[in-house]
Write a protein that binds this ligand. Structure first.
Ligand code: F6R
Length: 602
């Protein structure tokens, strides 16, 4: 939530800031702003609303010959409405100290009251604004901006990654706690960003700042641990640039491109697991119990993991929302594994839950971002290789996560001696067959036509059973988040305990109805909906007379025998359905209202 981007050096400043902010827009797009500083001139600008970066950077002159410092921001509003005064950068009373901040300052009200009492005037409703005022106050005593920032850090509670500069001075300071801050250096210019993506355009040399670290960039860059009050030495790492290549290609949105990338993402994730993870995982002892945690889509993949792990390796599994787990008193020990699932690796609640259980049980993570906070908090890492996911709605990372959960189950099944290595290999070959079927489905489906039927609806119900119940949840989440149609996912049989009251001819009901042992049961649930005149869309891997009779629309998907692989196919039409409905309603699927890709606040 919120992206920060900074630059120190010479170049086409307008382009650098525009590219930097655009690459971080997935973290928030309520407003944007920058502060440009050097010893001759300093100015700032802010714009409110989505898609304003092009307009914002017009105030940066096309040609600047001098070296400049720029700090910039793209906002996802937490404290204070979406408005110009709440857009970043924020300043002290004299408008000398400028800050861009990602995170939340939990004790800001207390600090603000104290500062107001001694005469500080606040312009915004944000938590961020206390930081420059605190620094201003400390500066009166410390007479040194760096010490003033350190003193401020000792007073603030919460999570932050920020960049600060002082009007007319060659100073750039940044610090982080719980939220990411990456520094790039191309030999001449420095780049600062919430993630490495915008930096990789210029250099592959980066430093990931760690928690409680601060840097000071004057004529040279220096690093300190502000908690321990010590200077530290940090070296630039070389990033694998291929991991960060981001374009929409021939697609008109990241979301649709990412949906179509799923077969490749599955192949990459499988290969990486077999090459890099399998042997290491075999060395990990089999736990007595597993707790899976995550948020949103990642929580849904946890539910599928529960189904796979309990049935295949017969270990009890609980799946907890990370936001709940972090404030519970979970009973765990060294025979428990916590599996934290996160695409971004920066979700505040997931990190909070991991921290809560740290030291009490083994912590595994399934994550798509190698250098993320979730990865750093883990004892064992299971990487997904979905590639950067930019569209707000999670798609290819979901199928990559459930692949890892399946491979995790197969590996422990092999370790337990319940399947041979040949059987393990043949199961992996089945995944390659699955990939072909996913590819076929993406190229041959009638989802776009069926989406027409949903655009004027206000509600939808998604029903599935067994391993396809979490797919129903996921389908409903996709529809609501990008098309703004209220949708709920339910276990199909649970419908008659309440939601059935909602069913009439205006209620679309999407059934996941595949050839498995619950087929007969789901057909009964379809009858119950049809009797009440519900409009049935069936996602089926075969068609029978009965299904034809009950369904108003059918989306046929390829059949796969292995029940654990069916969700990879049933989820695709639901992702596409949400995409086409939103697209036909004219919604920007990559940046739907109120959302941000990386939820770094509680
Ligand atoms: C839904 C979606 C969110 C995320 C959730 C967790 O499409 O993208 O529900 O799944 O915010 O994010 P990660 O997986 O990055 O921890």
């Amino acid at each position: 939530m919120c992206g920060i981007f900074g630059f120190k050096g010479k170049g086409n400043i307008r382009e650098i800031i525009k590219n930097g902010l655009k690459a971080l827009e997935y973290r928030g797009y309520d407003s944007c702003g920058f502060f440009l500083n050097n010893d001759k001139f300093s100015f700032y600008d802010k714009k409110v609303g989505k898609g304003k970066i092009d307009e914002l950077v017009l105030s940066i002159p096309l040609k600047i010959d001098e070296e400049v410092i720029v700090i910039s921001h793209t906002r996802w509003a937490t404290h204070g409405r979406i408005s110009e005064e709440n857009a970043h950068p924020h300043f002290d009373c004299k408008k000398e100290i400028a800050i861009v901040h990602n995170g939340t300052i939990e004790n800001y009200q207390f600090l603000k009251k104290g500062l107001e009492k001694i005469g500080h005037k606040f312009i915004s409703q944000t938590d961020t604004e206390v930081i420059p005022h605190l620094i201003e106050e400390n500066f009166k005593k410390d007479k040194n901006i760096f010490f003033a920032v350190i003193s401020a850090l000792k007073k603030i509670e919460g999570s932050f990654a920020f960049l600060i500069t002082k009007r007319g001075e060659d100073i750039l300071i940044g610090a982080k706690k719980n939220l990411p801050l990456v520094i790039g250096f191309d030999g001449h210019n420095y780049y600062f960003s919430s993630d490495p993506i915008p930096i990789t355009k210029y250099t592959n040399k980066v430093i990931f700042l760690q928690d409680d670290e601060i840097f000071y960039l004057g004529s040279k860059i220096k690093f300190y641990n502000f908690k321990k009050n010590i200077q530290i030495i940090k070296k630039f790492d070389e990033l694998d640039m291929k991991e960060y290549e981001i374009t929409k290609g021939s697609f008109d949105s990241y979301m649709i491109k990412e949906i179509y990338e799923q077969p490749e993402a599955i192949k990459r994730t499988l290969k990486y697991f077999l090459d890099e993870t399998f042997e290491r995982l075999l060395k990990q002892s089999i736990p007595e119990r597993i707790v899976i945690t995550g948020c949103g889509t990642s929580w849904h993949s946890g539910l599928i993991g529960e189904y796979m792990i309990e049935k295949l390796i017969v270990i009890p599994v609980e799946v907890e929302y990370a936001s709940e787990l972090r404030y519970k008193s979970p009973v765990v020990d060294r025979n428990t594994i916590l599996i934290a699932i996160s695409q971004s690796g920066e979700t505040a609640d997931t990190i909070g839950a991991m921290k809560k259980l740290k030291g009490k049980c083994r912590i595994f993570s399934i994550c798509n971002v190698e250098k993320s906070s979730v990865v750093r908090e883990s004892d064992f890492i299971l990487l997904t290789k979905a590639g950067p996911e930019i569209g707000v709605a999670s798609t290819k990372s979901f199928t990559s996560q459930i692949l890892i959960l399946y491979l995790f189950s197969l590996t422990y099944l092999f370790k337990k001696g319940r399947i041979s290595k040949e059987k393990f290999n043949s199961k992996c070959n089945e995944i390659l067959k699955l990939v072909e079927k996913m590819d076929f489905l993406l190229k041959n489906n009638n989802v776009e036509k069926i989406a027409e039927k949903l655009i004027y609806k206000t509600n939808a119900l998604y029903l599935g059973r067994g391993i396809n119940f979490p797919i129903a949840l996921e389908g409903a989440l996709k529809l609501k988040e990008i098309s703004y149609i209220h949708a709920e996912g339910y276990p199909a049989a649970e419908m008659k305990h309440g939601p059935i009251a909602l069913i009439d001819e205006n209620m679309p009901v999407i059934f996941i109805c595949v050839k498995d042992k619950l087929l007969k049961k789901i057909i009964i649930n379809m009858e119950e909906v049809k009797t009440r005149k519900g409009f049935i869309i069936s996602i089926c891997d075969f068609i029978s007379e009965e299904i034809k009779k009950l369904s108003d629309e059918i989306i046929l998907i390829p059949h796969i025998e292995n029940e654990y692989l069916k969700p990879f196919l049933t989820v695709i039409p639901l992702q596409l359905l949400a995409y086409y409905v939103a697209n036909k309603k004219g919604i920007d699927v990559d940046k739907p209202r109120n959302l941000a890709k990386s939820v770094t606040v509680e």
